[in-house]
Design a protein around this ligand. Structure first.
Ligand SMILES: [Zn+2]
Length: 117
């Protein structure tokens, strides 16, 4: 009798405990949550819809758009800071100029992009 009671107890506890996910199950969800219905996934693993939704939320990459924006911005900044060596047609001095600079640093003459060395 005592043995039976013990088994029942264990089963009850097991039902309350959250599911332990294996790496294979994690990978399956990662690969399929975009094309598979969440309800179907929940049914497939014998968990609640909420459990699946929480799992998917944790799997999604964190704010990828923000990172993209930041990269784009810094790239623009870098482009402005790129120095190209230009030889002035008037004083023949060579120096590094950014894209926004149009005049020679030494004599003030207009620089020509064709003169980039
Ligand atoms: Zn010059």
């Amino acid at each position: 009798m005592a043995k039976v009671a013990k088994v029942t107890k264990v089963t009850k506890v097991a039902k309350i405990l959250p599911k332990k996910w294996t790496e294979e199950e994690d990978n399956f969800i990662k690969e399929n949550y975009l094309r598979m219905d969440k309800k179907a996934l929940a049914r497939n693993f014998g968990v609640t819809l909420k459990s699946i939704e929480g799992k998917i939320r944790r799997m999604k990459p964190k704010k990828p758009k923000l990172t993209e924006k930041r990269t784009e911005k810094s790239e623009k900044k870098e482009r402005l800071l790129i120095h190209q060596n230009v030889r002035c047609r008037t004083c023949f001095l060579i120096d590094g100029y950014t894209e926004v600079e149009e005049n020679c640093r030494y004599c003030g003459a207009k620089l020509f992009k064709i003169d980039v060395i």
